[in-house]
Structures are given as structure tokens and as C-alpha cells.
Design a protein. Structure first.
Length: 382
């Protein structure tokens, strides 16, 4: 059996046509027809063909999108930003790029995403401690799972704190039918090589309106003022997506729905095939209102035996020797050495998940034969 990876890029076959057009017309720069058309495709996708009116800016990475989203929300030196602790470092690092400080909030056990109750505790706690409200809130849709975004938005609105949704892993996930990334003021997408769709590397920022989109584009292109010569009154960035990468993105958009359905099917197969294993839980959306894209299916062990650096890592190692890639769930930010001094509002959930959970192969290379093999090897190696 060839190595079965967690999730690798999968081309539709249509990408080359758009890339060829870019070469033929010499649009080999970080703007052009593919960038514009990819943004239109993304807008149709997130707006459900007219239900919403969000605008999208294509960028060089999801991390760049978080950075620019925070700038648009006015985050700067000395501010605090609340961020889900259970996530990849890219959710939090841009806070520090801006001279602001992260305040980490733990997860609840249903979705593994930001705990609304702890979020409110954190807001109250920071106001009591610093006399100032946090400047923004970053919930994350980990492994594609929708967060309890209604509750998070209700609290954020009550305290008048804007929300930037990190939907890097949640492309096409829905909460009550609405696409994740469209609830807050800004939403982030990632098209890194391992994501639901890819542009090799890339990301996008979902913006509330055309005015905001224009401003994001201004910051993404070195903040050049409209003068006949180069005039700069603010610090800008080189964050626009290349027209070549956007060509890949256009091709990927032709099969985005198929990719999502495939990941959901793989998850359903894990539920059916591993559901009867004692002490092993396949994480599922907690209710019908949450439609996960199941970018990565995850399992956790409640047997007290499979614990990270005890039995879980050797178990993952045995699967790796059998050519099956797995990965521990994210190590929470509040446990990362680099963030050891950041305030954190915790309940033990993310720490427990980190210690007892693994991501399973979920991408396009996982078909019936691979599932048979993965499930067999999991059962053999427990
Ligand atoms: C939760 C999360 N946020 C942000 C990012 C950053 O996206 P990118 O790699 O496109 O910069 C990623 C993925 O890489 C991610 O998984």
C-alpha cells in the first residue's frame, strides 16, 4: 500500500487551462484576470449566490488574511485579542506581529472550538484586570467543525467586540445553513497545499463590504497612496495572491463541492467502521445545525491507555510504519513555550484533547481500499 497521507492537494484537471491563459497573456504577477475571477467564484460560494453580500480578497496565505483582518479591526500595540487556544499557531501569531497580546480561551467538548462561557469569563476578566475591552475575538473552525458561533456572536455583540473567524480549515462548513467565515466582521480562508482546496499556497479574507475590500487590497499592496509618485502614509504588506496561484484556485473551485462531499463520506465511513471500538470516539458534529466539511476526521481515546507520549505516540508510530500518516491534535497555544506568559482562560478540554486525540487520513487518496486498510491497521495496533 502506498503511503496514505492526511490530506494532499488533488487537482481537478482544469487548473492548467487557467495557468496557461495566464502565461499566454503574460499575467504572471500578483494581480490579473485569474485573481479577479477566483475572488468572484469565492464570493458566489460564501454568499450562496446572493443570500449574503460579502466581498473576498485573495491573498498569499491564510496567515496574511488574519494579519490584515486584525489591522482592519484596528488592532495595534498594547491591545489584547482573544484567540481560541486549541488551534494552529497561525491563528495567534499575527496578533503578536501587531504588537498586541493574545488572551487564550479554551474549548468546549462538543465542537472542540471556543467555549462561549469561557469567552465571556475572559472578556469580564480582562476588563476587570486592564480596564480595557479586548479588541477582537478569533474563534476557529478546527478540522472543519463549526464553532458555537451563534453564542459567540451574541456575546461579542453584547460587549461590542468584533469577531474575526478563522475558517482556514472550515472551507464550506456551515452553521444553520450559513457558510462558516461569514458570521463575523471578517473571515479567513486558507488554500495551503493540505487544505480542502488549494492554490499551492494562498488564502483569502472575507470582508463585510466593497469599501472594506478596497482597504484590505490597499494594505495588501504596500499601502500605496493614490499619487502619481510613490507616496506611503501607512505600513503596507506584499500579500496579494499571484495570478498563477489564482488559476489553480479557479480550477479547484470547479470541484470544491466534490472535495467537501468526499471528506464527509470518509468521515461517515470512519464512524461506521470504528464506532464499535471500545474507548475510541470518532468526533462528530453535535447537532444537525452544524455541517462540518470534515476536512480531517479525528479520533480520541477515552480508554486511559492511549495518552500522548505514553501509548498514543507509539501507536501513531506503528501506523506510520504501516504507511498511514496520522497527527496528534493541535497542542493548545496556552501550553506552547512561546506563549507561556499569555493570559489563558482554561477548563482542561483542549489539553485533554491534545493528549488523547489523533487526526486520520481524510483526503482524496482515501477510498474504499484505503479505508479497509486503515481500519484494519488501527484495530490491529491498539
Ligand atoms: C486554523 C488555521 N489557521 C490559520 C492557518 C494559516 O493558513 P496558511 O497556511 O494559509 O497561512 C492554518 C493552516 O495552515 C490553520 O490550520
Amino acid at each position: 500500500m502506498d503511503r496514505i497521507n492526511l490530506c494532499l492537494a488533488h487537482m481537478s484537471g482544469n487548473e492548467m487551462q487557467y495557468i496557461q491563459e495566464a502565461f499566454d497573456t503574460n499575467w504572471v504577477v500578483p494581480l490579473g484576470p485569474n485573481v479577479n475571477a477566483f475572488e468572484e467564484d469565492l464570493e458566489d460560494f460564501v454568499n450562496e449566490n446572493g443570500a449574503l453580500d460579502k466581498k473576498v480578497v485573495a491573498l498569499s496565505a491564510g496567515t496574511a488574511a488574519i494579519h490584515l483582518g486584525l489591522i482592519m479591526l484596528g488592532v495595534g500595540k498594547g491591545d489584547e485579542v482573544i484567540c481560541q487556544s486549541f488551534t494552529f499557531a497561525a491563528s495567534a501569531n499575527p496578533i503578536v506581529y501587531l504588537g498586541a497580546s493574545p488572551v487564550f480561551v479554551d474549548s468546549e467538548p462538543d465542537t472542540y472550538n471556543m467555549d462561549p462561557q469561557l469567552l465571556e469569563d475572559a472578556i469580564k476578566g480582562r476588563i476587570a484586570k486592564t480596564g480595557k475591552k479586548p479588541k477582537a475575538i478569533i474563534p476557529v473552525y478546527l478540522y472543519g467543525m463549526p464553532a458555537k458561533i451563534d453564542e459567540i456572536m451574541e456575546i461579542a455583540c453584547r460587549y461590542e467586540i468584533p469577531v474575526l473567524e478563522d475558517a482556514a480549515e472550515g472551507f464550506g462548513s456551515r452553521y444553520k445553513g450559513q457558510v462558516c467565515g461569514t458570521f463575523g466582521t471578517y473571515g479567513v480562508m486558507s488554500f495551503n497545499g493540505n487544505k480542502m482546496i488549494t492554490t499551492s499556497g494562498g488564502g483569502a479574507l472575507i470582508c463585510p463590504d466593497a469599501e472594506a475590500k478596497k482597504r484590505v487590497m490597499f494594505y495588501a499592496t504596500q499601502a500605496r497612496e493614490p499619487y502619481p509618485y510613490y507616496q506611503h502614509e501607512r505600513i503596507g504588506y506584499n500579500y496579494r495572491m499571484s495570478n498563477i496561484c489564482a488559476g489553480i484556485g479557479r480550477g479547484q473551485m470547479t470541484v470544491a463541492d466534490e472535495h467537501i462531499k468526499h471528506h464527509q463520506w470518509v468521515h461517515e465511513q470512519y464512524v461506521q467502521r470504528l464506532g464499535d471500538v471500545d474507548g475510541l470516539i470518532v468526533h462528530c458534529a453535535p447537532g444537525d445545525e452544524m455541517q462540518s466539511n470534515y476536512w480531517l476526521s479525528t479520533i480520541r481515546f477515552e480508554d486511559g491507555k492511549h495518552v500522548i507520549s505514553d501509548d498514543l505516540l507509539p501507536f501513531a508510530e506503528r501506523l506510520s510504519e504501516a504507511n498511514i500518516e496520522t497527527r496528534p491534535l493541535w497542542k493548545p497555544m496556552h501550553l506552547q513555550p512561546v506563549y507561556k506568559d499569555a493570559p489563558a482562560y482554561t477548563n482542561g478540554v483542549s489539553e485533554h484533547l491534545f493528549k488523547s486525540g489523533l487526526c486520520l487520513p481524510s483526503g482524496p487518496c482515501v477510498r474504499e481500499a484505503e479505508l479497509d486498510y486503515i481500519v484494519k491497521k488501527i484495530k490491529e495496533n491498539l
